[in-house]
Design a protein around this ligand. Sequence first.
Ligand code: SF4
Length: 280
Amino acid sequence: MTETTNFRISHSLSDGLSVEAVYYGSGTLCISTQVGCAVGCPFCASGSRGLKRNLTLQEMIDQVAGAMGVGHRVQRVTLSGIGEPLHNPDAVRMFVEWGRKRKLPVSLTTTGAPISVLCEFLSAPHNGLMLSVHAGSAAVHRRLVPRGPDLGELWSRLAEIWPHLPVRRRRKTGLNYLLVSGVNDTDAEIAELVLRLKNFPEMTLHLLVLNPVPGSSFRSPDLSRVAKIHSTLFREGIHVRRANRWRQRAEGGCGTLIAGISLEKPRSVIPFYNSLFSRI
Ligand code: SF4
């Protein structure tokens, strides 16, 4: 049964820290891979206090068990919550394999850093890899994804690898572009993005809109600007999609999950589970 809303779930860890996950009503569970994040995207609550530590494989599995334990029908998992998955590659690799064995599709969202790890994950048996670029130019990319990959190097490594990826893998690789008013929604930024994307015809661009978090000075563009950017990209032949309705909600927006502290009361609190590996 499809639910009609998103559920934000806070997980207490054994050392007193906490992370959050979101169950989208569509059946997708978004989980965290780290407590905090070292990338430092300035619009993001998840990384606002820096990185505390990596999550273990068991702590990632516990987030799935926790969501199932309160009755959510988890049909797929996305590693798009708190943290940069490629900064915790061993646990993420094992989690993808854990999902594969249970026929639970696992996808991930990454800034693409480190690029050497990205190259390995592009052909790993996941259900999709979304690259969060959020910029057309290197200057805006450095501002919005400060400790992400070098944008020029990212595009050139992708161009090298892309022709060697099976078509099925290429279709499972996409870009996220989170629109931030006055920063990356200008005609010049979009034109640079279009130029880059012309080399990757099968790549899908997911146009997301910022959900501002309390205390942030970043704002989302108005809907007419979003529509104009979407039609520009479409006219240019880019395979572009708008965020689905689950991602448009406040809990579903990029960077709105919290590590360690809660800015607002969580909807449900899941205790730390021991050894749930065998229960799933
Ligand atoms: S948006 Fe993602 S990569 Fe950037 S700081 Fe937040 S959790 Fe880290």
